[in-house]
Design a protein around this ligand. Structure first.
Ligand code: NAP
Length: 300
């Protein structure tokens, strides 16, 4: 299939590379042109604008930072929707509030295209391997049309309702993880003075009742961060985590609800960002609170 990927950030680049691997004819575009180069070297065609990309392909995939990025890429004289999109399939995988996807779906449908939102769980590695967890929103017909493509990008895709439902589910599934990083930092404050090897500690905690999957997947990176070692290049950084938390809190507000744990966690991560942690991988976050409580490291 001729597939276009607009937005070659960490996730978009990994997804585009995977779509090439599984045999699609992939066309790419990104605001910052440099990010196109590795994909072009891997065999992707390049488009000079989102509109040109939209006209060249049968299906369009986007994964962008936020609502403003979606507006910038879809709208305007060279935006995706200025291209020939009639009868085509559009899939947006960005993590945003449901209302953003509902508004986007209306604009896409007004141009005669089908629209499915499918935000994803999983980071760059799973995106590169086609092993994401997708939560899709759309009509039954549109989802059925998108399903084969989504199945190539995801190890599991669930159709959770109309457009907007996928975003609600995505925000819900990420919240415990965001709070967990802080909880783990606080847990470490209670046991750091024992001087146990952090690799062992992550492996041991992953075998306990309070452990989420993230400990199995990212435990070694978290252990490295706690020991002050090398965590490698950021896959999902602290600023992106803060963006997701801001989105969760805003979404709760529109539903007349509050999220006290998410709000408190966001305030702590905002503090971390002010201290220069924003571009670090999220695996560093459990190491932040211990730096605020240095005396707990003393042996008694
Ligand atoms: N990283 C993860 O592990 C992960 C996992 C699941 C979901 N997500 C979600 O996936 C989305 C992308 O995340 P990412 O980590 O790939 O982010 P990223 O590396 O920061 O990439 C963001 C992308 O959005 C583009 N963009 C931002 N503002 C724009 C604007 N005003 N106009 C045009 N393009 C704009 C960027 O273009 P430039 O290159 O020009 O800046 C880039 O292509 C986010 O919604 C995130 O929450 C991320």
């Amino acid at each position: 299939m001729r597939v276009g990927v607009a937005g070659l950030g960490r996730m978009g680049s990994a997804i585009a590379a995977h779509l090439i691997d599984v045999g699609h004819e992939v066309t790419v575009w990104n605001r910052t042109a440099d990010k196109v180069k590795p994909l072009a070297a891997a065999g992707a065609k390049t488009a000079a604008s989102p509109a040109e990309l939209a006209s060249a392909v049968e299906a369009i995939v986007t994964i962008l930072t936020n609502r403003e990025a979606i507006a910038a890429v879809y709208e305007g004289p060279s935006g995706l929707l200025a291209g020939n999109v009639k009868g085509k399939l559009v899939v947006d995988m960005s993590t945003v509030q449901p209302e953003t996807e509902v508004a986007l779906a209306e604009k896409v449908r007004a141009k005669g295209a089908a629209f499915v939102e499918c935000p994803v769980g999983g980071t760059v590695g799973p995106a590169r391997d086609g092993k994401l967890l997708g939560v899709a929103g759309g009509t039954k017909e549109d989802f059925a049309r998108a399903q084969p493509l989504l199945a190539q990008m995801c190890r599991r895709v669930e159709h959770v309702g109309a457009v907007g439902a996928g975003s609600s589910m995505k925000l819900a599934l990420n919240l415990p993880l965001m709070v967990y990083y802080q909880a783990l930092g606080e847990a470490y404050v209670l046991c750091r003075h024992l001087g146990l090897d952090t690799k062992w500690l992550m492996e041991f905690l992953s075998d306990t009742s309070g452990a989420p999957n993230i400990l199995k997947v990212r435990g070694p990176k978290i252990a490295a961060a706690l020991a002050g070692g090398d965590v490698g290049p950021p896959a999902f950084d602290v600023d992106s985590i803060r963006k997701d938390l801001v989105t969760m809190v805003a979404e709760a507000k529109t539903r007349g609800a509050t999220l006290p744990l998410a709000e408190k966690t966001l305030a702590i991560y905002d503090e971390a960002a002010k201290e220069g942690w924003g571009k670090r991988d999220g695996a560093w976050l459990p190491a932040y609170w211990p730096t605020k409580n240095p005396r707990t490291g003393e042996k008694r």
